[in-house]
Structures are given as structure tokens and as C-alpha cells.
Design a protein around this ligand. Structure first.
Ligand SMILES: Cc1cc2nc3c(=O)[nH]c(=O)nc-3n(C[C@H](O)[C@H](O)[C@H](O)COP(=O)(O)OP(=O)(O)OC[C@H]3O[C@@H](n4cnc5c(N)ncnc54)[C@H](O)[C@@H]3O)c2cc1C
Length: 411
């Protein structure tokens, strides 16, 4: 069997879909990227690209373009109300020139999209994949073109293989593959604000009060629409059950803002740009564990394969690394079968993904919960860990996205 010039459909034009589409188009496969949105609009808040994800962009020749819209991040710094340092994880603990990059999601999509635009491919926007049916030698996609309603047109298309890259809430992955799929009980409200001193420094900063209150500020670079405006992403941790009431109770906004400034007085100039509850957008996260990330001729990558909480800032990195691993697997199985591709992809990715999903699950409640003593244990434990050189290095490796297991890391 030959796997050259395959007709491959990629469902979803997010980080994973755009990256894998570019890499597979460069291998001369006949790539069709299918996205339900009518355009890649500038939506989303800031993402932290870790050194592991930046390595993938470097290998794709896109690191420089990304750096143009990104903000260098040297460390993750978290403290309490009394300004006691709880977390200070520096990339320089691993190597002096290592760093992360705070980026706006729209800029990451823009840079990946530019990379893909240079390759021969087909792109079907405003097209939703409704169902996937596998036959012996091909996969049939049932599509809906246009928004639902009378204007929508349904049709079917056949491909040699399909990659599901449609995000954490995917309903396209086969139910047989899903071992666990739940929404995290806490999410965050976020907003993008113009950068202001003293937060124009290369740090992702967090402020904690117990495990029930967490504020995050991430320098997020700029967008292609306004490259001269430096931005900061603001995050406010909140239980999902309270999010519904947020926009319905505008009278609480002023009180909430007063409370916010008491928690972090230095952030007052930055937060002055927050003037209405509508500026705060709710985000929820899922925890998704699949038994396998492929079956037959259908593979799954990115959040659709392994959604996790953003506590460790790994979502976009994992998506980029999945795309890279899958492209490598397909290139080396050129004379093999799709089973060979999936086996190689699993082998490259399973250790890392298992590690980060477990860590996210363990760490999230000590930053986002009302578990008695959780914040107290964190405030005692993290500074102690930071004093032990081996643990400090392990924390830096974890944040940088290099861990492949409890005792292993990528070189
Ligand atoms: C609108 C949006 C905003 C986000 N904002 C943030 C953020 O601010 N901060 C953060 O850390 N992470 C954010 N994320 C998540 C982050 O981008 C991902 O964790 C990470 O980049 C991995 O991406 P992915 O490609 O696996 O999935 P995603 O980025 O979720 O992309 C999935 C894509 O699939 C499309 N899609 C879904 N179903 C179908 C279907 N049936 N047919 C065709 N297309 C479909 C979606 O429209 C989307 O473009 C956001 C995701 C989205 C979709």
C-alpha cells in the first residue's frame, strides 16, 4: 500500500487543523481543510506558546512571523494578596536563551494561515461536518454548507483519510473511543486590554487568594489588525455555575471591580479599561481522555483528542506538537498503512499527553476550587518545591512543555 498523495480532509481550522494542513500539504497530499466558521475572525484571548510549541513553529519556518506578533515571556510568577511569592518558574532554569511567547489566538491563527496559504490545498469555510462514515477504502463526510436553516445545503464527499481537529467539544469522535469527557467545574472570564505599566514586563503574572480567587495577566503581543497596540490578556477564575449570572447582573460589576483592585492595586491602571461586564467573555474547559486517537482511516488531534485545563498553558503547544508528530508519522509510513501512521503517532505523543493531562487534573483544583485547605497547601508547598534545585528544574520542564513522563523529558 502507498500513502503518497492521499486525499485528506482536516476538520477544523484551529491551531491543530491549520498546522497539520500545512505540514501535510508540504508532503504533496491533497489536503482539504473544512471549517464551520465563515472566516478566521480575530476571536479568542491570549495563549502562552511554550518553548516546545515554538520549536514546532521554528521547524515550519513560522517562528519569526509569530515573534513579530508575540510578547516574550521569561517566567511564570504567582503571588498572594500579601505579595508572598508562591510560584516563580523561569525558562532560564533550563537554558539561558529559552523563553515562551504570549500571543493573541487570532495572531497564531493568522501566522499558521499564512503558512498554509503558500501551499496547494482546498479550503471549505462556512462548512460544518455533520457525520463521518468509514468504508473499507475511504471515509465519507456528510457536510452542511452555510448556516443551518433553509439556505443550508447538505452534501457528501469521499476522502482517503480524515483528521478530526474540531476542538474540545467535538461530537465527531466515535463514542467507542471516549473514556472520559467532562467539563471542568471552574472556568474563567477573560478580556483583552491595552498593555499598561507595570505589566509591560516579560512575565505571566498571577495573583491568588486561597484556591477560590485567581487573577491572571498575560502579555499577549499584538494582532495583525493593529500591530502597534501591545495587549494584555486578563483572566478571572470563576465557577461555571456563576458564569450564567454574570452578564445578567450588571449591577454587581462596580462592586466586583472594586474587589479586584483591592486584590491587586498595582493593576488598577490596566484594569481602568474594563468598564462594562460585556467586555468579559466566559471560557470553559473540558477534560477529555480517549482510549486511542485513531481508528481505521480517521485520526484525532489537538483538543479533540485530549482537551485539558489551561492551568499549565499547554493547549496550543500540544496541538502544534500533535501536528508535527502526525506529519512525521505519515512521512515515514509512506509505503505502509494508516495503522502504521497511527501507531507511530501514538508512540510519539502518548507519554507527553498522559503526563500533561494528569498534571492539569491534579493541579487545577489547587488553583480553582473551594476545597478546604487547597490554597493553603499550595502556598506552603510551592515555595518549598522552588527551593529544591531538582524540583525547580522539573517545574520549569513541565511549564516549558518538555515532559514526556514523570521521570522523563524531551532533550
Ligand atoms: C473561538 C475560540 C477561541 C479560543 N480562545 C482561546 C483563548 O482565548 N485562550 C486559550 O488558551 N485557548 C483558546 N481557545 C482554545 C485554543 O485555541 C486551543 O486549546 C488550542 O489552540 C488547540 O486548538 P485545536 O485546533 O485543537 O481546537 P480549536 O482551536 O478549538 O479549533 C477547532 C476548530 O474547529 C471548528 N469546528 C468545530 N466543529 C466543527 C465541525 N463540525 N465542522 C467544521 N469545523 C468545526 C471550530 O470552529 C474551530 O475553528 C479557543 C478556541 C476557539 C475555537
Amino acid at each position: 500500500m502507498s500513502l503518497s498523495s492521499q486525499r485528506i480532509a482536516i476538520i477544523g481550522a484551529g491551531t491543530a487543523g491549520l498546522a497539520v494542513a500545512t505540514l501535510l500539504a508540504r508532503q504533496q497530499h491533497q489536503v482539504t481543510l473544512i471549517e464551520r466558521a465563515s472566516a478566521l475572525t480575530p476571536v479568542g484571548a491570549g495563549l502562552l506558546l511554550q518553548p516546545s510549541g515554538l520549536k514546532v513553529l521554528e521547524s515550519m519556518g513560522l517562528a519569526q512571523a509569530m515573534a513579530q506578533y508575540g510578547a516574550r515571556i521569561d517566567a511564570l510568577y504567582g503571588d498572594t494578596l500579601s505579595q508572598r511569592c508562591i510560584m516563580h518558574s523561569k525558562y532560564a532554569d533550563l537554558s539561558p536563551d529559552l523563553h515562551g511567547l504570549g500571543v493573541h489566538r487570532a495572531s497564531l491563527c493568522h501566522v499558521l494561515d499564512q503558512g498554509l496559504a503558500a501551499e496547494s490545498h482546498q479550503r471549505w469555510m462556512d462548512t460544518t461536518v455533520l457525520a463521518i462514515t468509514e468504508r473499507s477504502n475511504e471515509v465519507i463526510l456528510e457536510l452542511q454548507r452555510g448556516a443551518s436553516g433553509s439556505a443550508a445545503v447538505k452534501d457528501q464527499h469521499a476522502f482517503d483519510a480524515v483528521l478530526i481537529a474540531n476542538g474540545s467539544a467535538s461530537t465527531l469522535r466515535s463514542a467507542d473511543l471516549v473514556r472520559f469527557d467532562r467539563q471542568y467545574p471552574w472556568g474563567a472570564l477573560w478580556s483583552i486590554l491595552p498593555q499598561a505599566a507595570p505589566f509591560d514586563v516579560p512575565l505571566l503574572q498571577q495573583r491568588y487568594h486561597g484556591s477560590h480567587t485567581m487573577i491572571g495577566l498575560l502579555p499577549s503581543g499584538s494582532t495583525p489588525q493593529n500591530p502597534s497596540q501591545a495587549l494584555t490578556s486578563f483572566f478571572w477564575s470563576m465557577p461555571v455555575t456563576q458564569m450564567m449570572q454574570w452578564h445578567q447582573s450588571p449591577q454587581h460589576f462596580d462592586r466586583w471591580k472594586e474587589q479586584l483592585i483591592k486584590l491587586w492595586p498595582a493593576a488598577a491602571p490596566l484594569l481602568a479599561a474594563l468598564t462594562s461586564p460585556q467586555q468579559l467573555i466566559p471560557a470553559t474547559y473540558r477534560d477529555v481522555i480517549l482510549k486511542r486517537w485513531a481508528t481505521g482511516r480517521v485520526g484525532i488531534i489537538g483538543d479533540a483528542a485530549h482537551a485539558m485545563s489551561p492551568q499549565l498553558g499547554q493547549g496550543a503547544n500540544m496541538a502544534l506538537m500533535d501536528a508535527h508528530a502526525l506529519a512525521l508519522a505519515l512521512a515515514s509510513a509512506r509505503h505502509g498503512s494508516w495503522e502504521d501512521v497511527w501507531a507511530d503517532y501514538h508512540q510519539q505523543r502518548s507519554g507527553m499527553i498522559r503526563f500533561y493531562q494528569t498534571m492539569s487534573r491534579l493541579l487545577t483544583p489547587i488553583f480553582q476550587s473551594r476545597i478546604p485547605g487547597a490554597g493553603w497547601a499550595r502556598d506552603i508547598g510551592f515555595p518549598l518545591m522552588n527551593q529544591l534545585p531538582w524540583l525547580r528544574r522539573e517545574m520549569a520542564l513541565t511549564v516549558a512543555g518538555f515532559k514526556t513522563g514523570w521521570l522523563s523529558a524531551e532533550p
